[in-house]
Structure formats: structure tokens, C-alpha cells
Design a protein around this ligand. Structure first.
Ligand code: FAD
Length: 308
């Protein structure tokens, strides 16, 4: 019940101001976000990669409403990639981008503005030997995001994208993307979507996840299993074995701060395990989606308001 309320709140500017101003918010936010700035996030990245994990970094931000902010997002990613180059983190650290932060939803030519901005990021990523993955946002953005993926893959075929199993269209999208060289992160989906485009029942979303997983593992591409769900992880390992996939021809991905023991366990088993590491000051939308996913996170957050 609370999930949809929190997802609605994740898009409210009023709630953003209230939550961000509460001093008790900080320690809870720290569980999910690697820092407001790049420097502390890089300390996290160095620690994770030294321990044999891989990372994808997300400079937090979404839904920008002007060109200057979209360009600032691009510049933040270029700085991030230069830092990865200096640290020689190459393919062990890649970047994830939300196209709405690159201008995708701007009224005049948002699609082209986002493409031009993200193209510069993809060019530098290729130059330093790493990759870009396009996060997937709400369903209104999917066509534009997949079209941008298609454009980027002409020069940068290793560019990845995310598919969300809750959308009715996803099995078709998975089939189209299960081709050689294509990197697809499959997730269940984190936005509040209407019943005419998305499954509403969690069990149905889980079943759809398994169907899309099967398509990706049986195909020619590189599946990226974006889930903390032990059942989905076991099914993915089974599909990898049945399809004679060797370690390194697929990977697992989890969010920073969630099921860290399981992240370690999979890496120790020899699986490629990548951690999605978000950083930056604009953490509100990301943070609220994490609360919405799990009532226990909300209880943890609310308890922090009580006097010690
Ligand atoms: P669930 O069934 O939701 O959870 C399974 C178990 O995982 C839970 O029982 C719990 O133990 C643990 N868990 C799950 N979520 C949390 C949490 N927030 N806090 C604590 N424990 C938790 N969604 C998008 O819409 N677009 C994206 O681009 C996108 N990128 C993602 C990238 C990565 C690497 C990952 C892992 C997720 C991403 N998501 C994205 C979020 C995704 O859609 C789900 O909302 C989220 O992963 C929860 O689903 P689940 O598969 O983990 O399974």
C-alpha cells in the first residue's frame, strides 16, 4: 500500500524540500548513496574494486527542465570518466546515465539534446575503455531511450540499456536486444506505472522477469541480472548453466547498500558482480524509490525521527 504513495512522493517538490531539510535524513540516505560529491564516491569505488567487485557509477539527477542543467550533467559525467581514467579503473568501473538528466524531456528537441549530450559521454567512455548503460525511467521515455541506444550503438556497440519486466512490451524488447554484443540489464521496474502499460501484481512481474531472463540467456547478447531477489539469482545461474555460458558472458548487478553479503557471496563464487553506486546531491528521487521497494527501509527511516 505504501509503495505507490512513496513513488508519488518521489516526484513531489514539496516532499523533496521536507525530506531533504530534515537533519535525521542524512544517516539513512548514506546507506544507499556513496556521497554528495565525487571524491567520497571514488573512495567507495576503490574499496569495492579492490575487493574484486565491479561498479557502475550514477551521478544522481533526473527530470532536468533546462538545457544548462542538462549540459552540467554531461560535464559531471565527463569529469567522472576522467577520474576513472586517472585511477586506471577501465572496464571495472562503467557509468549508468538517466537520459532525463541529459535533457530528454525538454519540450523543444529534448530527444536530440539528450542524444548529443550522452554521445559525448559515450565517446569518452570508449576512449578510456569502459561502457555506458542507459537506465530506464518511466514508460513514456522507453521509445526515446531505445532509439538513443540504437544511435549510440552504431559507433559504440557496447552501450547497454535497461529493460523493466513490469512493462507489457518488455519481452518483445528483450527479443530485439538479445543480439551479439548487446548489453541488457534486466530489472523488475521502480516507477509507478498505469495498468494499461504495466503488470500491477508482484507475482506477475516476477514471472515476467523469468520469461525475459530466459530470452536474454538463450540469445546472443550479454545479460546483466539487475536484482536482489534470491529466486531470480538462482534462476539466472541455472539458465547460465543450461545455455553453456561461461563466467564473464553475463553478470549480476545490485544496488549499493543492498544485500551486501549476497554481493560478496556471488563474487566469491566466481560470478561477475557489479555494484550500482549512486552519488551526488540530487539523491531525493532515487532514495524515495528505495524506500518504496521495501517497507522495512521506511520503518528504518521513520525510526530515525524518534528521540534516541
Ligand atoms: P524485489 O522482489 O523487490 O526484492 C527482492 C529482495 O531484495 C527483497 O526481499 C529484499 O531482501 C531485497 N531488496 C529489494 N529492494 C530493496 C531495497 N530497496 N532495500 C533493501 N532490500 C531490498 N529500476 C528501473 O526502473 N530502472 C532502472 O534503470 C533500474 N536500474 C537498476 C539497476 C540495478 C543494478 C538494480 C539492482 C536495480 C535497478 N532498478 C531499476 C530497480 C529495480 O527495478 C527494482 O525496483 C529493485 O531492484 C527491486 O527489485 P528486486 O529485483 O531486487 O526484487
Amino acid at each position: 500500500m505504501l509503495g505507490p504513495v512513496l513513488l508519488a512522493a518521489s516526484r513531489s517538490d514539496r516532499m523533496r524540500r521536507v525530506v531533504a531539510a530534515a537533519p535525521v535524513t542524512r544517516p539513512v540516505v548514506k546507506r544507499f548513496i556513496a556521497g554528495d560529491e565525487l571524491d567520497p564516491a571514488m573512495d567507495t569505488v576503490r574499496g569495492l574494486t579492490a575487493g574484486g567487485l565491479e561498479v557502475t557509477l550514477d551521478h544522481l539527477g533526473e527530470d532536468v527542465t533546462d538545457r544548462a542543467t542538462a549540459q552540467a550533467t554531461r560535464d559531471a559525467y565527463l569529469r567522472l570518466l576522467e577520474t576513472l581514467r586517472k585511477d586506471d579503473l577501465g572496464p571495472r568501473a562503467e557509468v549508468s546515465v538517466k537520459l532525463s538528466a541529459f535533457g530528454q524531456s525538454l519540450p523543444d528537441g529534448g530527444h536530440d539534446i539528450a542524444l548529443a549530450n550522452v554521445r559525448e559521454v559515450a565517446e569518452l567512455a570508449t576512449e578510456i575503455g569502459t561502457t555506458v548503460t542507459l537506465d530506464m525511467e518511466d514508460h513514456t521515455t522507453v521509445d526515446s531511450t531505445l532509439a538513443i541506444l540504437h544511435e549510440l550503438r552504431r559507433a559504440h556497440p557496447q552501450t547497454g540499456a535497461v529493460l523493466q519486466s513490469y512493462l507489457f512490451r518488455t519481452e518483445d524488447d528483450a527479443r530485439a536486444l538479445a543480439v551479439a554484443g548487446s548489453r541488457v540489464r534486466l530489472v523488475k521496474g521502480a516507477y509507478k506505472e498505469p495498468a494499461d502499460v504495466a503488470l500491477q501484481d508482484k507475482k506477475d512481474v516476477d514471472r515476467a522477469y523469468v520469461r525475459a531472463l530466459r530470452i536474454l540467456f538463450e540469445g546472443e547478447g550479454y545479460p546483466m541480472v539487475g536484482s536482489h531477489d534470491p529466486r531470480m539469482i538462482a534462476i539466472a545461474q541455472d539458465l547460465a548453466a543450461r545455455n553453456h555460458r561461461v563466467a564473464g558472458s553475463y553478470e549480476f548487478q545490485m544496488l549499493y547498500g543492498i544485500r551486501t553479503a549476497e554481493q560478496r557471496r556471488l563474487a566469491d563464487e566466481g560470478e561477475r558482480m557489479r555494484i550500482y553506486v549512486p552519488y551526488g546531491a540530487d539523491w531525493y528521487g532515487y532514495f524515495m524509490r528505495r524506500l518504496a521497494e521495501r517497507p522495512a527501509n521506511l520503518a528504518f527511516f521513520l525510526r530515525s525521527f524518534l528521540p534516541a
